[in-house]
Design a protein around this ligand. Structure first.
Ligand SMILES: C[S@@+](CC[C@H](N)C(=O)[O-])C[C@H]1O[C@@H](n2cnc3c(N)ncnc32)[C@H](O)[C@@H]1O
Length: 297
């Protein structure tokens, strides 16, 4: 008698598909980290279909519901997004989305800021140029996997002057105000070379030509993958674009699953991945490894 064996979920694949329909085929609680940058609302240009700010939350909620189902209980979801300014006012759809996702059962655990170090100058009558984007961190529960040591940064020069003359406050654990049990006790860092980073990530935008107008730099998913996953873990990007998340996953020996609706981008992402793998084979590890341009400031 033939026993029917369920095929195991495929890894290291980018599906040419609308993510909502493909996500429903993924196993529940099978993903360690989701990191993605969906189309932003009211995006001008004709590279890909734009969703209006008015409909954005309604459009995204069925997707985030599926993402919550496929994420492991101790997994993380990083949502890179930024509201535009229209008619002299910032949009509120991201804020509305956060509130609705909390109703869905997500915890809004943290917000990281991606500071784009190399944005061009510009002039607007009522504001300055956008130079940062949100990386919203959602989890399913308060206890989640986080490997903080993997993203430590060099202490930097500030330590020389700051740690020279320590006050009494510096030497005692400054925990009373936050009641968290984790104060800043500056003297703890005396003599240390590496410290934990802040939640502001200083990274340049993608410089190399990746045939995609909205690609993020490889170092961005790479940083979060290091922080929230281990070797062989599974990283999902439902809006894969040019394949940046997959490249970061491969570099770090994680498995990936991606979805991309546009056949041209999906094809390009696969080409980019093949070229990257070839480069990895040919070059010693040190040459393919991108350095994290982070500071502890
Ligand atoms: C902001 S871009 C992502 C760029 C990507 N992070 C990179 O580095 O190349 C969003 C991508 O989502 C794709 N997309 C839009 N709607 C989609 C959907 N419903 N399902 C899957 N992909 C979609 C677009 O074609 C676009 O490539």
């Amino acid at each position: 008698m033939n026993t029917l064996i369920e095929p195991r979920q495929r890894h290291n694949v980018i599906y040419r598909s609308d993510c909502l329909s493909k996500l429903s085929n993924l196993d529940s609680r099978s993903i360690d980290l989701i990191i993605t940058s969906p189309p932003y609302a009211d995006r001008r240009g004709n590279t890909y279909e734009s969703i209006s700010a008015k409909n954005y939350v309604e459009w995204f909620l069925p997707i985030s519901k599926q993402l919550k189902r496929v994420l492991k209980p101790r997994g993380s979801f990083i949502l890179n997004i930024k509201e535009r300014s229209r008619n002299s006012e910032r949009g509120t759809y991201v804020i509305e989305l956060i509130l609705e996702m909390r109703k869905q059962g997500w915890l809004w655990t943290e917000e990281y800021i991606w500071h784009k170090k190399n944005s061009f100058p510009g002039k607007w009558p009522n504001r300055f140029r956008d130079s940062w984007e949100r990386c919203l961190h959602f989890t399913k529960q308060k206890k989640f996997k986080m490997y903080q040591k993997s993203v430590m940064v060099p202490m930097g020069k500030w330590a020389d002057s700051r740690l020279k003359n320590l006050s009494d406050t510096d030497k005692s654990r400054d925990a009373s105000r936050v009641m968290s049990g984790f104060g800043k006790n500056v003297s703890n860092w005396h003599g240390k070379d590496m410290v934990y980073p802040t939640n502001v990530l200083h990274m340049a935008t993608q410089c190399q030509n990746v045939n995609h107008s909205a690609a993020f730099p490889v170092v961005l998913p790479e940083w979060f993958i290091k922080l929230f996953t281990k070797d062989e873990d599974v990283v999902l990007d439902p809006f894969m674009g040019s394949g940046t998340t997959a490249i970061a996953a491969i570099k770090l020996n994680r498995r990936y699953i991606g979805m991309e609706k546009n056949p041209l981008y999906q094809k390009y992402a696969n080409k980019r991945i093949s070229a990257f793998k070839k480069e990895m084979k040919e070059k010693p590890k040190s040459e393919t490894g991108l350095k994290l341009p982070l500071t502890s400031s």
